[in-house]
Ligand binder design. Sequence first.
Ligand code: ADP
Ligand code: MG
Length: 234
Amino acid sequence: MINVQQLSHEFRIGQKAKERIVPVLHNITLQVRKGEIVAIVGKSGSGKSTLLNLISGYIKPVSGKIHIDGTDVTSFKEGEWSDFRLNHLGFIFQSFQLIPSMTSFENVQLPLVLKGVDEKLRMKQTEEILARVGLSEYGGHYPGELSGGQQQRVSIARALIVNPPLILADEPTGSLDSDNEKELLSFIQKLNQDDGITFLIITHDEEVAQIAHRKIEIVDGHLNEGRSFYEVQR
Ligand code: ADP
Ligand code: MG
């Protein structure tokens, strides 16, 4: 599902003579198979979010290749990414990234609006997905009127609405209390088992890593394969 080959990245900070190059990822090679839940773990600052941003096309790598579902996304031109995301990827973030001026319903249906799906179908699908995350009664609420756990469910509904084969999550439990965290993790397992959705989850939370089939550690921008690549019993 994801094939990352010799991916490296660095950030340039400062201007001209004072410019400094900060290497962040070094020669990362990793594969995520269809149907897997893979956790990327590592200390703060180790490069986890950068890796996810590269895989989601928000930043371009300095070198290396990324294939998603067979497509070489590193060779995408302007504009190709947004279409690809709308058809292949769901995102879940620690900070939910909901649009505060839109209701739950509007947030969830947004990807369908962007895809140009007609209104009737949009309404039907949005209602179905909201029901699936247990928020049928909350379609008219704004994010500010919902608890953290409910906001995260809205964001999951928004991720699910495009029927993505792959969901990328950056610290999805980072703002949740332990009950909501348990609920989210069992929902992720259910989506994986019932719908075959592949998950790549960035986390420094051991509980999250527990539901993963495989855990990969990043240490200072290097994949720590020797010791930390191991299979967790399904
Ligand atoms: P993690 O998610 O594992 O905490 P990040 O990928 O966010 O780590 O960051 C890895 C390193 O890259 C850190 O040293 C961070 O300061 C640096 N970094 C991240 N984003 C940028 C940026 N846009 N510009 C400059 N440096 C960055
Ligand atoms: Mg991060």
